[in-house]
Design a protein around this ligand. Structure first.
Ligand SMILES: [Zn+2]
Length: 168
């Protein structure tokens, strides 16, 4: 037995429980362990360590679990809120398009008639119509800028408060 045999035996021992070894390697390892006290004690220690690691319970503290669950719920609520907003934005966009198309058509017909009727230059009527045409879009933009729903507390404050409740 030389040093490379011991090295190979230890490598095979480490591999055996992770990815497994082929039958010929397993047979070679068994015969080496039967004849080598050093490697067979290494194998025993490895087994003891592995079983100690397996018996160690890995649990998260209750406060962490409930804080994580609460965060996931909050994220779900945020995503649903986002979907609802996208739907409303889509409706607003479609209404805006309808309004623009309709008012442009009516304005085009109306401006010529009105300019003739009230005896003003057509450009004055056209300017007034453009302002009237843009007014809904400007009003909607102002409304969207003014509407900033903020949560009553920031997420970090909320999480800190939640963990604080769970801690003794
Ligand atoms: Zn050995």
């Amino acid at each position: 037995m030389n040093n490379s045999d011991h090295e190979r035996a230890r490598e095979l021992l480490l591999l055996r429980d992770v990815e497994g070894v082929c039958d010929s390697d397993a047979a070679w390892l068994a015969s080496h362990l039967a004849g080598c006290a050093e490697c067979s004690s290494f194998a025993e220690e490895l087994e003891l360590t592995e079983s100690a690691l397996r018996s160690m319970p890995v649990t998260a503290p209750l406060s962490l679990v409930s804080a994580t669950q609460a965060q996931v719920r909050q994220r779900v609520a945020e995503l649903r809120d986002q979907e609802a907003r996208l739907f409303l934005i889509g409706i607003s966009f479609c209404l805006g398009l309808l309004w623009s198309a309709g008012s442009a058509f009516v304005g085009w017909k109306f401006s010529g008639w009105l300019a003739e009727k009230i005896h003003v230059a057509p450009w004055i009527v056209a300017t007034g119509l453009v302002v009237f045409w843009l007014a809904p879009a400007v009003a909607i933009a102002i409304g969207l800028l003014a509407y900033h729903p903020l949560p009553s507390r920031s997420r970090a404050d909320w999480l800190a408060a939640h963990i604080g409740e769970e801690l003794p």
